[in-house]
Design a protein around this ligand. Structure first.
Ligand SMILES: Cc1cc2nc3c(=O)[nH]c(=O)nc-3n(C[C@H](O)[C@H](O)[C@H](O)COP(=O)(O)O)c2cc1C
Ligand SMILES: [Fe+2]
Ligand SMILES: [Fe+2]
Length: 394
């Protein structure tokens, strides 16, 4: 890992994790990730903003040593999750004079998760400022992006916003900056879907505040830095607003082909009616891709066989995940197949409690879909098209 200056006296000192393929024991990382940390040197004080995942602590320490950093006065902890705060204990040990600046909730989490003495922490409230000499750190309280303790740090002289997870993306790249948002938009949207989507209503409010700051750049703690913040701010406004798209997401499992026939028929019907479809065979699906399509799809259709009197366990898992992510979809239903009986439909409805959706009539086949079931699937497709048209999506 190399140290790179992003503004006079401000250095990127974090680590790139090219090899990591799973995050939070859940989220696939097809392109690795990075844990960005930033050193801000004022004429009087030096601050380190965030640290790195404990698996990469050597990279951070090596970077600090190569910069000749002998003193860290303040260690800003925007967020207590271990991928950013996991090396806080090591930094506090190596720099005994340093003090953690964080929110009150973050202090409590650092005590619990990292075993840090509360006396090493100074709580900073919303709007508090810490002068470093020629530079000033100002803190914005932004609870639930995506933990309750989160703050963002704005450096007033450089006009850089250090936004930690917000605006981040899981992408290992040698590019320090992203100067063309389109090149990373898919990773940014995926990250929003996986991490930020459940909190989109709070995020929409924070965007107004962030948009009002004079900004020379946004430096998140995963992925590249934005020298032009406008495109990522515009994308976040879109993803966290109320704008839906004419898309249907269809996660499904089929053991022996019946549900698959129904899903394929629905895809054909919808495409013929001008509606876009995203079928996901859950046995081979990257759940990050599924989450990404849920950001703005207007409809969710879940396909499941009946297994031991209920929905397939893998379908339950995906429905549970979709429910936790709280996508904006306005319509949902279930299609499926059974051999002798069960309650797959009610079970899935019972999982999707956080969705603010109209449930359309489900379609269940007794065994393989016959002509009547396929007609019902066609009717469902037309009902979805009509709903999308009524929202002006097509
Ligand atoms: C392991 C297993 C368990 C099943 N349990 C049930 C059940 O409890 N109730 C039921 O109606 N059908 C049950 N079935 C039958 C399937 O739901 C039925 O064959 C369905 O058409 C399968 O759809 P698929 O071809 O898309 O996998 C079970 C099938 C398998 C393989
Ligand atoms: Fe996080
Ligand atoms: Fe993170």
């Amino acid at each position: 890992m190399v140290v790179r200056e992003i503004s006079p006296g401000i250095y990127a000192v974090g680590a790139i994790d090219w090899e990591r393929r799973l995050f939070d024991a859940l989220i696939p990382l097809p392109q690795g990730t990075s844990y960005n940390a930033y050193l801000v040197q004022g004429s009087e004080k030096t601050a380190l903003i965030d640290t790195v995942d404990p698996s990469r602590e050597l990279d951070l320490i090596t970077n600090l040593v190569s910069l000749g950093v002998e003193r860290i006065d303040y260690l800003v902890v925007n967020h207590a999750e271990q991928d950013h705060a996991g090396t806080v204990p090591m930094v506090l040990e190596l720099y005994p004079g340093s003090k953690v600046l964080c929110s009150e909730k973050c202090r409590d989490l650092l005590v619990r998760l990292e075993g840090i003495g509360a006396e090493r922490c100074e709580v900073v409230g919303d709007g508090a400022a810490i002068p470093l000499g020629g530079r000033t750190l100002r803190f914005l309280s932004t609870p639930y992006v995506h933990w309750p303790e989160t703050i963002l740090t704005y450096e007033e002289t450089s006009r850089f916003l250090f936004s930690c997870d917000l605006f981040g993306c899981h992408l290992a790249t040698s590019e320090l900056y992203c100067d063309d948002f389109l090149t990373i938009a898919q990773y940014s949207k995926r990250y929003f879907a996986e991490i930020m989507m459940p909190f989109r209503k709070s995020i929409a409010k924070y965007l107004d505040r962030i948009g009002g700051l004079p900004l020379a750049g946004i430096a998140p703690s995963h992925g590249p830095i934005y020298r032009d913040p406008a495109p990522v701010l515009a994308a976040y406004r879109e993803w966290s607003g109320d704008c839906l798209s004419n898309h249907v997401v269809i996660p499904y499992v089929s053991m022996h082909g019946s549900v698959r026939m129904m899903v394929m028929r629905l895809c054909d019907t919808l495409m013929g009616a001008g509606v876009k479809v995203h079928p996901f065979d859950l046995t081979v699906t990257d759940i990050g891709d599924l989450a990404t399509t849920l950001v703005d799809a207007a409809t969710l259709v879940i396909g499941t066989p009946t297994v031991l009197f209920g929905a397939h366990p893998q379908v339950i898992g995906a429905a549970h995940l979709a429910n936790l992510l709280r996508p904006r979809a306005r319509f949902a239903t279930v299609i499926g197949s059974y051999g002798w009986g069960g309650n797959a439909v009610d079970q899935i409805k019972g999982v999707l409690t956080h969705l603010e959706v109209e449930f359309l009539d489900p379609v269940m086949a007794h065994g393989a879909p016959d002509a009547k079931v396929l007609q019902d699937i066609d009717r469902l497709g037309m009902a979805i098209r009509d709903r999308h048209a009524s929202l002006g999506l097509m």
